[in-house]
Design a protein. Structure first.
Lengths: 123, 249
């Protein structure tokens, strides 16, 4: 890897790491969603510093260029991110369903109390 | 509300934009069983379904947005448990399910024969299915789909089930408490619910009945939804079998 490429990659990794930490600090991002970003940027950082490890992984995967390994790594990262979002959306769907049901039952209860009071006044 | 008798019974009627027909269905329920309470789960209707239901003497639980049949029916279960009902019968608001079968359906659960009783279009004599009075016709594709679900469900639970997609069901309190949980498949609850409750140890029984045709309105199985529906039911049944046996309440 050329020194210029190495420097660019290190800057990207550090930037992502700092941006994610700052988002968590400003409560714009939940810790729950930050770990995958932090893990990936850290892993990328290590691979750039220890370029021989990236070459080793590339060889083990049967790929020719280390850039291919990085490209596949990025795809895997995005896939995991999507799975994490799908899991979270499923949980949110359950929560929304329970809230709508609870809200509907409470509204009915209020109407029942109102009806009973109306009946008492009429009687 | 008519809740004086010892055994409290409730008819759960989920409805979405059924203002034109719901009054007739509710009145018929009241005529068939004078002691039964009725709750309409208004699934975010934009017409006068809620008002018509109230005028017909039913209680109305209105969901703030259209959440689908499964969420509506589970809301009915939650309502029944909260109000202390012992037995419930669920039927569609579009007039497909004839309220005349309510005493028979509830009778089978109240006698302890079963925890859940399913009204079947395909049980008993063939005449029950497509009588001219019933005016109910099942299309070829739909019939094949139901037969396939019936076959798979029967094989999976080792009990003959002829109409696993029927939404006309009577249930007791015990099974209601079970179906209140978040594992209730509210996204098209059909054959997978049968597998789920059988696996949990509940008794299931089918009763033959005729059904009427929908006069107007949109079925929840229109468009491309049947494709997703088939996929979902099979996946849900498979997952139910792979999971740990659910514990009874």
């Amino acid at each position: 890897m050329l020194p210029r490429q190495k420097i660019a990659m290190i800057i990207i990794c550090i930037s992502i790491f700092i941006i994610i930490l700052d988002l968590v600090r400003r409560r714009r991002l939940k810790e729950e969603y930050s770990w995958l970003w932090l893990l990936t940027s850290s892993a990328l950082f290590v691979l750039v510093i220890q370029y021989s490890w990236l070459e080793l992984i590339t060889e083990a995967m049967g790929a020719v260029l280390p850039t291919t390994t990085l490209f596949i790594g990025a795809l895997v990262f995005l896939m995991f991110l999507s799975i994490q979002f799908s899991v979270r959306i499923s949980r949110l769907t359950d929560q929304v369903k329970n809230m709508v049901q609870e809200n509907a039952l409470l509204r009915e209860k209020i109407e029942e109390i109102k009806d009973d009071k109306g009946g008492l006044v009429d009687g | 509300m008519k809740t004086r008798c010892k055994v409290k019974r409730l008819a759960i009627v989920p409805a979405f934009n059924e203002g034109a027909r719901i009054e007739r269905v509710l009145k018929k329920i009241g005529e068939i069983d004078k002691e039964i309470d009725i709750v309409v789960i208004d699934d975010g209707s934009t017409d006068d379904t809620g008002l018509k239901s109230r005028l017909a003497g039913a209680r109305v639980v209105r969901l703030s947005s259209n959440m689908g049949y499964g969420v509506a029916i589970q809301t009915g279960y939650k309502y029944a448990l909260e109000k202390g009902y012992d037995y419930v019968v669920q039927l569609d608001s579009d007039g497909q399910h004839d309220p005349a079968y309510i005493p028979q359906m509830l009778g089978a659960t109240m006698s302890g024969d079963a925890d859940v009783v399913i009204g079947s279009r395909f049980l008993g004599e063939k005449a029950v299915l497509e009588t001219p009075e019933a005016g109910y016709k099942v299309g070829v594709a739909r019939r094949l789909g139901i037969r396939l679900f019936a076959f798979v469900t029967s094989k999976l639970i080792g009990l003959k089930i002829s109409d696993p997609t029927s939404g006309y069901r009577a249930l007791n309190k015990r099974i209601l408490a079970f179906l209140m949980n978040d594992f209730f498949p509210y996204d098209y609850p059909d054959a997978d619910v049968i597998v789920l409750v059988h696996r949990a140890g509940f008794k299931i029984k089918e009763l033959p009945m005729a059904m009427h045709d929908r006069a107007t309105g949109t079925s929840m199985h229109s468009g491309l939804r049947p494709v997703y529906y088939i996929f979902k039911i099979f996946l849900s049944m498979l997952m139910t079998l792979l999971r740990k046996k659910p514990s009874l309440p």
